[in-house]
Design a protein around this ligand. Structure first.
Ligand SMILES: [Zn+2]
Length: 273
C-alpha cells in the first residue's frame, strides 16, 4: 500500500453576475465536470469568469494484501501482510441485527463483509439499513435474492437470484457487491461463471457455529468461535444476522484480538480491484 500525491486541476467555474457565486470546489477527489448554468431570463449583462483552482488530494492506492485460497477458503498473506489474521463475515443480512452488528464492529474497528439477501432489501427502511452498513465502511456481498439452493434452480432462476441482488445493491449504495457467497455454500458451474462475469469474488467459509442448537447463546458461541480447532491463520469466519450472534460479536472480536489475531480488511483481498 502506498500513498500517491495527485494534483488535480478543477477548471472553469462559470459565475454569472447577478447570481450568488457558487463554488465548484469541494473536498471530493473527483475532477468535477464543467457545469453550465442556465442564463436567467433577464437582460442583465452576463460575464463569464474562468478560474483555475489547484487542489491537492491524497489518493490511496491499495495493493492486495491477501489471496483467497479457493481450495479451503482461507486468506493467505501476500508478501509481508500479517499472516495471523482472520476474515469476519455476516450472512443473511440485513435482517434484524445487522445494523447493530455493524455498529459493534465499527466501534471495535473490525472490518467485515456483510452478505445480503435480496428479500431483506425491499422496503425503504430495509434499503436504509443496507446503506447504513455500507456507510459505516463495510463491504457488501451478494447472498442471492431468496436464499435458494442454486443446485435446485434452473439457469434462468440462478441468473435472477444473483443479478437482482446486484441491481438492488447498486441502486442503494451506488456500487455492485464485490463478493458472492451461495446459500449453503452450494454453487453450480453456471453460478460460478456468472459470478465471475459479474466481477465478484466467490467465497465460502472455513468455520461457523451459530446455526447449531448448542451454540445459540452468546456465551457458548463466543467460546467456540475463539477456541475451535479450526481457528487458523487466514480463517474465514461465518456468522449470521441472529440475536445470539449479535450478542456474542463483541466478545468474539475481543477474544480473537487477545489471541493476537488481526482482522482482514476485505478491500485488500486480491481479485476485487
Ligand atoms: Zn445464508
Amino acid at each position: 500500500m502506498f500513498r500517491l500525491k495527485l494534483t488535480t486541476w478543477i477548471m472553469s467555474a462559470i459565475i454569472l453576475l447577478g447570481l450568488s457565486a457558487c463554488s465548484n470546489v469541494d473536498e471530493k477527489p473527483e475532477v468535477e465536470k464543467e457545469t453550465e448554468e442556465t442564463t436567467p431570463v433577464s437582460q442583465e449583462p452576463v460575464e463569464e469568469v474562468e478560474e483555475a483552482v489547484e487542489e491537492e488530494v491524497i489518493v490511496e492506492e491499495t495493493e492486495p494484501l491477501y489471496h483467497l485460497n479457493e481450495a479451503n477458503w482461507t486468506l493467505e498473506p501476500i508478501k509481508d501482510a500479517n499472516p495471523k489474521a482472520v476474515l469476519l463475515t455476516i450472512d443473511d443480512a440485513p435482517d434484524r441485527y445487522a445494523v447493530e452488528m455493524a455498529k459493534t464492529l465499527k466501534e471495535l474497528n473490525a472490518p467485515a463483509i456483510f452478505f445480503v439477501n435480496g428479500h431483506f432489501i425491499n422496503t425503504d427502511e430495509e434499503k436504509a439499513n443496507l446503506k447504513a452498513i455500507y456507510d459505516m465502511g463495510f463491504s457488501i456481498g451478494n447472498h442471492t435474492q431468496t436464499h435458494v439452493n442454486l443446485k435446485d434452480s434452473s439457469e434462468e432462476q440462478q441468473k435472477d437470484e444473483i443479478l437482482k441482488v446486484n441491481e438492488t445493491v447498486e441502486e442503494v449504495i451506488g456500487e455492485k457487491p464485490k463478493f458472492f457467497r451461495a446459500p449453503f455454500g452450494v454453487n453450480t458451474d453456471f453460478s460460478r461463471s456468472l459470478v465471475s462475469q459479474e466481477g465478484m469474488l466467490l467465497m465460502n467459509w472455513t468455520y461457523g457455529y451459530d446455526w447449531e442448537k448448542q451454540y445459540m447463546d452468546a456465551a457458548s458461541l463466543t467460546d467456540i468461535m475463539v477456541n475451535t480447532e479450526y481457528l487458523t491463520n487466514g480463517a474465514n469466519l461465518l456468522m449470521h444476522d441472529r440475536e445470539w450472534t449479535a450478542d456474542a460479536l463483541r466478545g468474539i472480536v475481543e477474544e480473537l484480538r487477545a489471541k493476537d489475531y488481526d482482522f482482514i480488511d476485505p478491500t485488500t483481498i486480491k481479485g476485487i480491484e
